[in-house]
Design a protein around this ligand. Structure first.
Ligand code: FE2
Length: 191
């Protein structure tokens, strides 16, 4: 049985529901969600250990909550030392808030050709944005060589089931992928 939902997380979901119910445009929606995510990642010890567990084989992406209409979903990402994503896109708006440690984000643009851009470091408590309208391509990795890093993500859809694209290093080409989730049942499934 899943651990009971923490009131801090439920409060975050309530704020997101309120922002989505307002039917504002994407930029205004993300503007409203960002402070709620900042508040959530400014605190620790609210996430059960089952959704913060590292895996030596690959980075983990645990589904914490899926909106019943799949208008948004929330995940915890766990990076062991040395772990990172391939270059990928999202196809929907998204926000990333670092809960523990730090992440390196390498940005890319894609207008027929994939081009590398800036690299920035996102440290504990900071929030980043992605979306097809503001820049949707990046590769993310753990900035810490000797410790786990973790971030909380929210996307404008059921991101684990959306077909998107990633750079296949071996093939030297983009390929479609569906990320899935590392867990079965989400942390919070009914409210
Ligand atoms: Fe990403």
């Amino acid at each position: 049985m899943n651990a009971p939902a923490d009131p801090r997380f439920l409060s975050f979901l309530n704020r997101v529901d309120g922002a989505i119910a307002a039917h504002v445009d994407e930029a205004a929606l993300v503007d409203q969600i960002e402070p709620a995510l900042r508040l959530l990642v400014a605190q620790d010890l609210w996430l059960p250990e089952a959704f913060a567990r590292q895996d030596a084989a690959r980075y983990q992406q645990y589904l914490l909550y899926l909106d019943p209409q799949a208008r948004y979903s929330v995940q915890s990402f766990v990076w062991a030392p040395g772990q990172g994503t391939p270059i990928h896109n999202h196809t929907v708006w998204g926000l990333v808030g670092v809960l523990r440690g730090a992440e390196i984000c390498r940005e890319y643009s894609h207008d027929g050709v994939l081009k590398s851009g800036n690299t920035h470091r996102l440290t504990c408590g900071e929030v980043d944005r992605v979306s097809p309208t503001i820049g949707d391509w990046h590769a993310v990795s753990n900035a810490q060589a000797d410790a786990v890093s973790m971030s909380i993500h929210i996307y404008g859809g059921d991101i684990g089931r959306i077909e998107r694209q990633m750079w296949d290093e071996a093939a030297g080409a983009l390929k479609p992928f569906v990320s899935g989730y590392s867990n079965g049942r989400p942390w919070v499934s009914a409210r």
